[in-house]
Design a binder for this molecule. Structure first.
Ligand SMILES: [Ca+2]
Ligand SMILES: [Ca+2]
Ligand SMILES: [Ca+2]
Length: 467
């Protein structure tokens, strides 16, 4: 595995939707500085002297949350600023979005962003009490600013009491999504032709905002064939096996382009990708799996490929399309040589005392050179060895082994073997070839031939010298 590309320093608000801690109706709770309190609001701090923050449960006094089940009222007991200080990288772009609503009528608040000592007003929001206003914007971190304050300041509220009003919810302030893909192969090579490789690809969002419309695709590596029915989401939303068909679940195998496609994240469907939160929310990200079988053509080579993901950053006004590529996963494949042997006899009917001539041919159909090739061809009872001729290697009549040696890809080697028939009857003789390399197809590694040995003529030339 290679080192994933560097992600910009993650920036995200904590508890941006005010979902923690859970409250009934409404509660005024200590802010995040009061960690000794049994119950406090994580993430947020207030400039109020009493350090108190007010959270409402959706529906209290007839006010629904804009997002989730809870929201905040800007001022609890006194006029104050609600803020978070975040570590930031100078020069990076931060996106913000928020929901704002009045309580008794038109309420106004300001958004201040900047160095903690001198945040700068970015915008003012005025909303009535019948609907949530929704706002988005960006902020570029200035040179030298390593901590940035993100603050809401109450400006005015209907009814004249600034301690009442300015509801807030669904706040995001942070960096764009940034996906990092890693691909692994199991088992680790070197492997043989015909072995199955299981690929796993993990997508993690190391950015701030959620990665939207997440679609992962992976070309089936050259030299391999997709194993049907092997698509699976191993971890993350929509975990489980997926069919090869398109349109029925979150993944498919595209035969035309020879690749696998996964729609990932929350809300992913057969038609589109979903949303992957950053690794603070989903530490393990999401992982998919599929399998391939190593083709014969890959013998003696390397199988390598990388997966790709496309997604969108939807924090800005218009969706920004983004892509990420995984590390190149390389698997070594041992050399393979498909050997076959054919055996024939010049004549299939002979008489006792006559010579039988066998021709044995070994062929290497590749993809790699065969080494240590041996053909085992032991003469059966009823045949006596006479001679063996070959341009490649030698035949040992004692063991019945023809040591052929190396046979290049596409080459053949032939042995002519002569024996004398000594017994009448059918005689079957076979030859079997083996080599050092992976043999992808053993079905053609043995061939046999049967000959008929007839009795010698009983009264030919009784007085002649016997041959
Ligand atoms: Ca909320
Ligand atoms: Ca499917
Ligand atoms: Ca073979």
């Amino acid at each position: 595995m290679t080192t994933p590309p560097t992600a910009p320093l993650r920036v995200t608000l904590v508890n941006g939707s005010f979902e923690q801690p859970a409250v009934t109706n409404y509660e005024i709770l200590p802010d995040a500085s009061q960690t000794q309190a049994p119950k406090y609001v994580p993430g947020w701090r207030t400039t109020a002297s009493d350090h108190m923050i007010e959270l409402w449960h959706s529906g209290f006094n007839g006010v629904p949350a804009a997002e989730g089940a809870q929201f905040a009222e800007l001022n609890a007991n006194e006029v104050a600023t609600l803020y978070q200080d975040l570590p930031t990288t100078p020069g990076s772009t931060l996106y913000w979005r928020l929901y704002h609503r009045g309580r008794l009528g038109q309420d106004t608040m300001a958004l201040d962003i900047g160095a903690p000592g001198s945040p700068v007003e970015q915008r003012r929001f005025t909303d009535g009490n019948t609907a949530w206003g929704y706002y988005t914007g960006t902020y570029t971190v200035p040179e030298g600013q390593h901590t940035t304050r993100f603050a809401f300041r109450s400006v005015s509220a209907a009814g004249g009491n600034r301690g009442i009003g300015n509801f807030l919810d669904g706040i995001f302030f942070g960096t764009a999504p940034h996906l990092v893909l890693t691909k692994t192969a199991a088992p680790v090579g070197p492997l043989e032709v015909g072995d199955v490789i299981t690929y796993r690809i993990t997508a993690k969002n190391e950015g701030g905002g959620a990665a939207e419309s997440l679609v992962l695709s992976d070309d089936i590596p050259e030299g391999t064939t997709y194993v049907p029915g092997s698509l699976r989401i191993v971890d993350g939303p929509n975990t489980g096996p997926k069919t090869d068909a398109q349109g029925d679940d979150q993944a498919y195998f595209d035969e035309e382009t020879n690749r696998v496609v996964f729609h990932l994240g929350n809300g992913a469907s057969a038609g589109q990708g979903g949303s992957l939160p950053n690794t603070e929310t989903v530490p393990a990200g999401t992982t998919v799996e599929y399998r391939v079988v190593i083709d014969r053509s890959a013998g003696g080579s390397q199988i390598s490929n990388a997966a790709t993901v496309t997604y969108e950053n939807r924090l800005g006004d218009t969706p920004e399309p983004l892509t990420a590529t995984s590390n190149e996963q390389v698997t070594e494949v041992l050399p393979a040589a498909d050997l076959n042997v054919t055996k024939s006899a010049d004549a299939t009917t002979v008489a006792v005392g006559q010579t039988v001539t066998y021709r044995i041919t070994v062929r290497n159909t590749g993809p790699n050179q065969a080494t240590g090739v041996v053909v085992s061809d032991e003469l059966p009872y009823g045949l006596t060895f006479l001679s063996a001729d070959s341009a490649s290697g030698t035949y040992d009549p004692a063991t019945g082994e023809w040591a052929v040696g190396d046979v290049p890809d596409g080459a053949t080697a032939t042995l002519v073997l002569r024996a004398k028939a000594t017994e009448a009857g059918p005689l079957t003789n076979s030859a079997t070839v083996t080599g050092n390399e992976t043999e992808p197809d053993t079905s053609d590694n043995t061939d046999s031939v049967t000959i008929c040995v007839e009795p010698a003529p009983s009264c030919c030339t009784p007085c002649a010298t016997r041959e």
